[in-house]
Design a protein around this ligand. Structure first.
Ligand code: NCD
Length: 320
């Protein structure tokens, strides 16, 4: 599938208010900046999370049809820190296993007076389908297939903003399995909308981006060239579960060409930051010395993920 085929139009109502968060393609800059501002307000000067009462009396259901550690748990923590009740639907043992249709399960959960669904699914566009077929519930896309992962991209933007301030002077390299990465696809939309000067996508041809290119977006297959002088390096996992067996590269060869080591990192700006959405495969896309090194902001991204998810739920609650 080519990225960018699925429309996010139904996430804004006729007065331009955000009623679902389905993807960052087409989401106006003001909406992105508003979520970043709300998230920043939820962090104190040390970067620690505050608590909020904005979701008091509301309930949020986590519907994860694919494995997840950080996204599912940080959504749950975010809802709880915002004073909502949370429900983790046990999908392995749910009625969908007894052949209930997905939409019937959704309507049943709606009848339980749930206000927001957080949905992760391997099918591209599934959260969009649910949003288009159910009313009065806010849908948050927590990752659909290879299409989009908007809250991950927003937490990435918050982390970059904290470290680098302005997007317009930045060079950002995204390295690795871009083709199968919903994170990269959403990062690209966010970086473009925020006016990033120089976006470099670095991958071997068969893992390279196959979406729309533009003046500020370069496709490269050479890591040394791509990483030179950048402010931000975003590394990605090889998403083998989304590849055909024949596409899976030899990990050692891949690491030699695209692995981020301290030696490679020296080519970037001296104060460059290294990011990763997790889960990290050490020694495949990034060396342990880099993942745990002084330029890594990987754990900061995790904390920021809670602030972003609180902010998204706060903004959506205003439209409910
Ligand atoms: C990512 C995902 O699920 O898309 N992880 C995450 O949400 N933190 C990236 C990945 O699986 O590699």
């Amino acid at each position: 599938m080519k990225p960018d085929l699925i429309s996010n139009d139904s996430q804004l109502n006729s007065s331009g208010k955000l009623i679902h968060l389905l993807g960052l393609k087409g989401l106006p800059k003001e909406q992105i900046e508003n979520i970043l501002n709300v998230a920043s307000r939820l962090l104190d000067t040390q970067g620690n999370l505050k608590k909020s009462k904005v979701l008091d009396d509301m309930s949020v259901a986590n519907l994860f049809f694919e494995p997840s550690t950080r996204t599912r748990n940080t959504f749950e923590i975010a809802a709880k820190r915002s004073s909502a009740q949370t429900i983790n639907v046990d999908l392995a043992n749910s009625a969908t296993k007894k052949n209930e249709t997905l939409m019937d399960t959704m309507h049943t959960l709606k009848a339980m007076q749930i206000d927001m669904f957080v949905i992760r699914h391997k099918k591209n566009g599934l959260p969009h389908h649910i949003a288009n077929n159910i009313e009065g519930i806010a849908i948050i896309n927590a990752g659909d297939g290879i299409n989009a992962h908007p809250t991950q991209a927003l937490l990435d933007m918050l982390t970059i903003q904290q470290e680098k301030k302005s997007f317009k002077d930045l060079s950002v390299a995204i390295v690795g399995d871009i083709r199968h990465s919903r994170v990269a696809h959403s990062d690209i939309h966010a970086l473009r909308t925020l006016g990033t000067k120089d976006i470099r996508l670095i991958a071997p041809g068969y893992l390279q981006y196959n979406g729309e290119v533009s003046n500020n977006l370069k496709l490269l297959d050479n890591l040394d060239e791509g990483i030179s002088g950048v402010d931000v390096v975003v590394t990605l996992r090889l998403q083998k579960e989304r590849m055909l067996a024949a596409e899976i590269p030899n990990e050692k060869v891949y690491f030699d060409h695209y692995g981020i080591t301290n030696e490679k990192l020296k080519l970037a700006k001296p104060n460059a930051i290294v990011m990763h959405p997790g889960p990290v495969n050490r020694g495949i896309e990034v060396d342990t010395a880099v993942a745990d090194g002084p330029q890594s902001v990987i754990l900061k991204q995790v904390t920021n993920g809670i602030a972003i998810r609180m902010a998204v739920m706060e903004v959506l609650a205003q439209a409910l």
